[in-house]
Design a protein. Structure first.
Length: 334
């Protein structure tokens, strides 16, 4: 029972400045980088990963283990001998037929294969940070992932092919579940006081014959390994097609399909949406103020098309803000 209650954190990271990684990526790049979803700016180094580790150690000291997933490189300052750290190479867990990969979708869809990963785990992109104290019950309650079951309508913008992944995800959910039956069987999960005004979304969209979409907050996601196994068992062919892509493509599904599966199957515990926020670095002053005030417990920094000078200035300001709340080195740093 104690083993089942342990919670691991998983974070994926890439060093976009690594010449070896750049060389291998160039060998497989079929002009996909012209698409917004694969542009170089998505691999820019904001030099703030140490604050991810500091936030975890200071605000979530209860975490069992951190799995740091990379192409094969890691920051020079990282203490790889930390007993709580497991540095995971893509080759360590992703099936050979999918390698090498430069798609976050492939990296995410196979996380359950990481050796030693606990049944309960929280997945982070490297732009997601913990900025205030959190407890295990913020992520899991009675063995169920904490999440907010809120409906939404996806709107397609052809300049951003990533937006198609939510359509593909919800297509799987609608194939496997009946929206009316799901909500009827778990009314308290879909209409909950913790959601506040967001309950209106579910009320207005209840007339839809199928799930129109599920709201995703771009925050760390609570998962059960068992969920990954269920979806792979039933829709392995679709997930396999995505994993065979070296770069993110318009026909992909992404890791949200697992979150939505948990919501549709009732395997979740209702959590307030205002536990974190997505912030755009287009407005660094706003981001810095949010970090310093520690308004919520988590945040996601959404990259933007900043010029080089703007990028360097924004990076410096954001680092200074993190430093103001997390000035002490963690045991994950040399």
């Amino acid at each position: 029972m104690a083993e089942e209650k342990k919670i691991d954190f998983v974070v994926i990271w890439v060093d976009g400045n690594d010449p070896a990684w750049q060389k291998e990526r160039a060998q497989y790049d079929r002009n996909l980088s012209v698409n917004e979803d694969n542009q170089a700016l998505r691999y820019r180094d904001w030099d703030n990963m140490r604050y991810w580790f500091r936030g975890v150690e200071k605000y979530c000291p209860w975490v069992n283990r951190v799995h740091f997933v990379t192409w094969g490189h890691y920051p020079k300052w990282l203490n790889i001998r930390n007993p709580k750290l497991n540095v995971v190479n893509h080759k360590d867990y992703i099936p050979k037929q999918y390698l090498p990969t430069f798609s976050s979708h492939t990296i995410e869809l196979n996380l359950h294969r990481i050796e030693g990963l606990t049944e309960q785990f929280v997945y982070f992109n490297d732009d997601m940070f913990i900025t205030n104290h959190m407890m295990e019950k913020d992520f899991f309650v009675d063995g169920k992932p904490c999440d907010s079951a809120i409906l939404t309508i996806h709107c397609y913008d052809m300049k951003d092919m990533f937006i198609m992944a939510p359509f593909r995800d919800i297509g799987i959910i609608n194939h496997a579940f009946s929206m009316r039956s799901v909500i009827k069987e778990n009314v308290g999960g879909w209409f909950n006081v913790r959601y506040g005004i967001q309950n209106l979304r579910n009320l207005f969209l209840l007339a839809c014959p199928k799930f129109p979409g599920m709201l995703q907050q771009h925050l760390p996601a609570s998962y059960l390994k068992g969920t990954f196994l269920q979806v792979w068992e039933r829709y392995g062919e679709t997930l396999n097609e995505t994993c065979l892509h070296k770069f993110r493509e318009i026909s992909d599904v992404n890791q949200w399909v697992f979150k939505e599966w948990q919501l549709a199957s009732g395997s979740f515990y209702p959590r307030k949406p205002k536990i974190g926020k997505l912030l755009s670095v287009n407005n660094p002053e706003s981001v810095c103020a949010y970090i310093r005030k520690q308004n919520m417990q988590m945040l996601c920094l959404n990259d933007a098309e900043l010029g080089e000078a703007e990028f360097e200035e924004a990076k410096m300001k954001i680092i200074q803000s993190f430093e103001s709340i997390l000035p002490e080195k963690s045991s994950f740093e040399i």
